[in-house]
Structures are given as structure tokens and as C-alpha cells.
Design a protein around this ligand. Structure first.
Ligand SMILES: Cc1cc2nc3c(=O)[nH]c(=O)nc-3n(C[C@H](O)[C@H](O)[C@H](O)COP(=O)(O)OP(=O)(O)OC[C@H]3O[C@@H](n4cnc5c(N)ncnc54)[C@H](O)[C@@H]3O)c2cc1C
Length: 475
């Protein structure tokens, strides 16, 4: 049976639904919607700022892309001093990050990484990992629960937000649950849905895709293979230095398999990441283009197409790549990975120049050092540009405050940034940092009974500094 395609027009073929009652489940100071990297940061940040916090999530566990979509390494959050190693270096991690001037994200992220490492669920960042943090998604779930429990965050799982009460002043969010519709009222809400769902429900302004043509970055179904013989693979890489560079490679084998009609890869290379487990790799090589994360029919198609590509890639690796002969797919993401969908229009929109020129802002609440990393929306190719050596850029508080909506902060991959700047700010460590800042801002707004727009950025900075966040020591 093929994936359902929409018949008729979305705009004209609608019916009016009957009004209904919803159970009021709770009232709280801060409600965080979405328990991905940004939601975890927001919930912990708000709770540590003294707020009563409820975190609501549509899946049965926290982590967002990190767990549900199997996006397994935390990308580098360290400044870089590039010193490219030779092609074919013996690694399953990025090879060209050189040495680092140190991390630019701390706070909740440091606690998360330390906990992952302590539970043998991650490899700490170092030159050997290219400063990425490979982690085990099952350990990530446990560590995230621990952090939430210790901070006193109350959470509600299996609750999918479908609307708001109050517009444009958000004073509660409606959730679809197995117990029926439910509402959680809050003095201030943080939208960490990755899709800016709450902002959209409240009538806030947003943009989807590339500014000039609306094209959206491709989606990727991530998967893990186990039974992988790392030593054999490394022997192959050493013997074929032109075939592998960092986490990318197999160009020649791909070309040959494509000519034989065995492979129909939508990107130019295979992208593999090592994990904390010797016999496992995580594969980021499927690509589904022309689909939007806010279109249910498109998502349905992408889930099917992603698995078709996964099967083909796994068969190619097993047949032709030494080290994969006995490897098999142990898991694919519970959901296809959506790189970007809605981005809010906030008080400031971060740009490509802000990132690449490492711009600083008075109202800095988070920092990033991850390169601009744009996956071609239309076909193969990835555009990568690094910051100047040793540099980082600031993210201003205004990027987290949506225009046209009140009582709402936004964090993670849907903050106010251009299509190009988004390709850097979406890295998970940066999402944890913007989450922590949004949580603090929401807690301060709830405490003083004011709009988040009226919270003094210096108060946010000083609370973030107290919580150990790295904001260049400005507070
Ligand atoms: C294929 C792919 C590869 C990537 N590779 C890397 C990488 O290697 N390293 C890296 O650091 N980053 C990587 N990223 C980027 C990174 O994973 C995301 O940008 C990041 O996870 C975004 O965090 P977030 O909290 O904003 O959103 P998400 O991680 O998407 O979390 C959003 C959460 O909100 C929940 N939610 C959504 N809507 C609702 C709703 N209506 N009601 C209730 N809950 C809701 C979701 O279930 C989810 O748990 C990759 C992304 C993709 C898609």
C-alpha cells in the first residue's frame, strides 16, 4: 500500500470540528514543550532558576533527535584551529578539526556529557574524536531522565501539543493524549518542539526553508549497524587512503555500485560515525529531499523512502566494504531526522555573517563554534564553512523571543536565524545552550509576572553565569 497522498486542497477542503472540553492537568510557572536537547536545557535551566517546571513530550522518553532519530554524536562545541590530517587517517570521527581553544558551551551540557561519560555512554571530546561526543542513545535517555529528576522537573510523556489557550498571549497549551485532550496552564511557556509548533499555534511569525525559494534541507533516516569489524575496516582504510577522509568516503566503490545499478545514493559519499561501542557504527547517508517537517503526507513518504535507502546502503556496505561482512542493521530512528522546518521571526535574526565573522552581542545568552553545514536541499553536496581559528559567535536573547506572540520563549533549532545560520545553531550542544537560556528567561518572567520581552537580559546573563553557562564571562 503506498503512502497516502493528499487529495484536494489543504486550504479549501476543511471542515469545522465540534468544540470539546479538555481536562486541566496542571498549572505551573514554566511549561516546556518538547524534550529534545533544547527542552532538556530549558527545563533544567528554568527549574534551577527556582521555577516549578512541567516538561511535556509527544514520545515516551526525552532526547528528541538524539534518541528518537538516532543522531548519535554531539557535534563539536569547541573552537577550532584547523590542522588537517592526511586523507585516510585512521578514524571514524572528523579529522580536520585540528586543535581546540576550548569549549564554548558549558552549563547543562557539561553535566549531560559528564554523566554520559561516567555511565560509559559516551567518549569525551578530544582531538581523537575531532571534538565530537559519540554517545549511546539508550544511556542518553537515562541520563536525561536523571537530570530532570534531580532538578525537580515534572514531566508528561505521550502528550502531543495541538493548540494553545490564549492568543497571542499564551497562557496554556492543549495536548492530545490517550486520556483525551488535556491542558497545562503556565505563567510562561518555552517552545522546544523543533518545529516551532507552539509559536505557530499562537499565531506567531515564522519562516520555513531557504529564504529565496522556500527549499527545505533534506531529511535523513539514521541507522545503526552492529557486528562491524572495526579493525578490518581500518586496515582497508589504511590500504586505500584516497577512499576515506574522516567520516566521509567510499567514493570509488559508490561510483562502481551506482554504475552496476546496485546503489542509488542521494549524496556523494557515505558518512559513518563511530560510537562508544567498538563493533557498532552509526550511518548518516540516506537523504529525502523536497519534503517539509510540517507536512504529514510528506513525512509519511520520507519514512518509507528513508527505509528503502537504508536497506540499499546496508546491502552495499555488507557486500563491498571490508569490516561490514557480518554487520547488520540493529535499529533505525523511530522517526526520520528533520534538519529544519519552521524558524521563528524573533527580535533579531542571526545571519551567516554573524556566524562566520564570529559576531558578539551585548545580550549574548549562548555561543556557538560549529561551522556552517548546509546539506543541499536539491541533490548531492554539502556546503561547509568554518569560523576563524579560535573563534565563536554569540546568540542574542532576542533570537529566542518571537514577534507577535507574548508569554513564549523559543529554543533549539527553530530560533530566529536565517537558513544558513540555522545550519550551525542546530547542532545539539548549541540547542542545549539556547534551551537553558530560554528556560532561565521564562523562569524570570514567571517570577516577576512580566512578559519575557520585558526581562532584562542582564538578569538572564547573571542567572546563566550562576548556573555555570559559558557566555564569555559577560555577567
Ligand atoms: C539527520 C540529522 C543529523 C544530524 N546530525 C547531527 C550531529 O551529528 N550532531 C549534532 O549535534 N546535531 C546534529 N543534528 C542536529 C540536531 O540533531 C538537531 O538540530 C537538534 O536535536 C535540535 O534540538 P531541538 O531540541 O531543537 O529539537 P529536537 O531534537 O527535534 O527535539 C524536539 C522534541 O520536541 C518533541 N515535539 C515536537 N513536536 C511536539 C509537539 N507538538 N508536542 C509535544 N512534543 C513535541 C519531539 O518529539 C522532540 O522530542 C542532526 C539533525 C538531523 C535531522
Amino acid at each position: 500500500m503506498p503512502p497516502l497522498r493528499r487529495s484536494g486542497s489543504e486550504r479549501t477542503d476543511t471542515i469545522k470540528l465540534p468544540t470539546r472540553n479538555a481536562a486541566v492537568l496542571a498549572g505551573t510557572d514554566v511549561l516546556v514543550v518538547g524534550a529534545g536537547p533544547s527542552g532538556i536545557g530549558a527545563a533544567v535551566g528554568a527549574a534551577e532558576a527556582g521555577a516549578r517546571v512541567v516538561l511535556a513530550e509527544r514520545y515516551g522518553y526525552p532526547g528528541g533527535c538524539a534518541t528518537a532519530a538516532l543522531v548519535m554524536p554531539l557535534m563539536s562545541y569547541h573552537t577550532q584551529h584547523p590542522a588537517p590530517r592526511q586523507a585516510g587517517a585512521e578514524t571514524l570521527f572528523p579529522t580536520d578539526h585540528g586543535l581546540s581553544g576550548g569549549p564554548v558551551v558549558a552549563g547543562v551540557l557539561t553535566r549531560l556529557v559528564d554523566r554520559l561519560v561516567a555511565r560509559r555512554g559516551a567518549i569525551p571530546p578530544s582531538p581523537a574524536t575531532g571534538y565530537v561526543v559519540p554517545f549511546d542513545p539508550e544511556v542518553f535517555k537515562l541520563v536525561a531522565f536523571d537530570l530532570l529528576d534531580e532538578s525537580g522537573v515534572e514531566y508528561l510523556l505521550h502528550a502531543s501539543a495541538s493548540g494553545v489557550s490564549g492568543n497571542p498571549y499564551v497562557d496554556g497549551v492543549v495536548f492530545e493524549t490517550k486520556s483525551g485532550p488535556a491542558v497545562i496552564n503556565a505563567r510562561c511557556t518555552v517552545d522546544c518542539t523543533g518545529d516551532a509548533d507552539i509559536t505557530a499555534y499562537a499565531g506567531g511569525r515564522y519562516i520555513i526553508g531557504r529564504e529565496r525559494d522556500g527549499a527545505a534541507g533534506p531529511m535523513t533516516l539514521m541507522f545503526r549497524m552492529v557486528g562491524f569489524d572495526r579493525a578490518r575496516f581500518m586496515d582497508y582504510v589504511r590500504a586505500n587512503p584516497a577512499e576515506w577522509y574522516g567520516v566521509h568516503g567510499l567514493w570509488e566503490l559508490i561510483r562502481e555500485a551506482t554504475l552496476r545499478g546496485e546503489l542509488d545514493l542521494k549524496r556523494e559519499d557515505i558518512l559513518l560515525f563511530g560510537t562508544p561501542h567498538e563493533g557498532e557504527v552509526c550511518i548518516n547517508s540516506t537523504r529525502v529531499s523536497g519534503v517539509f517537517g510540517t507536512d504529514v503526507c510528506g513525512l509519511t513518504h520520507a519514512e518509507r523512502e528513508g527505509r528503502r535507502q537504508m536497506e540499499q546502503i546496508a546491502a552495499f556496505l555488507q557486500k563491498y566494504v571490508p569490516g561490514f561482512q557480518n554487520a547488520y542493521v540493529v535499529q533505525s530512528g523511530a522517526t526520520i531526522g528533520v534538519r529544519g522546518s519552521r524558524r521563528i521571526i524573533g527580535g533579531y535574526t542571526l545571519t551567516l555573517h554573524d556566524v562566520l565573522e564570529a559576531r558578539k552581542f551585548d545580550d549574548v545568552i549562548a555561543r556557538g563554534a560549529y561551522p556552517v553545514d548546509i546539506h543541499n536541499p536539491a541533490g548531492p553536496g554539502t556546503f561547509m564553512r568554518r569560523l576563524p581559528p579560535g573563534e565563536s559567535y554569540d546568540i542574542p536573547l532576542r533570537c529566542l523571543l518571537p514577534t507577535g506572540v507574548d508569554n513564549l520563549c523559543v529554543a533549539g533549532k527553530c530560533i530566529s536565524a536565517t537558513y544558513e545560520a540555522h545550519s550551525s545553531i542546530r547542532a545539539m550542544p548549541i540547542c542545549v545552550a539556547t534551551g537553558q537560556a530560554a528556560g532561565v528567561c521564562a523562569a524570570l518572567a514567571a517570577r516577576s509576572g512580566c512578559s519575557p520581552h520585558a526581562v532584562n537580559f542582564k538578569a538572564v546573563q547573571s542567572e546563566l553565569a550562576r548556573q555555570g553557562a559559558d557566555i564569555r564571562g559577560v555577567a
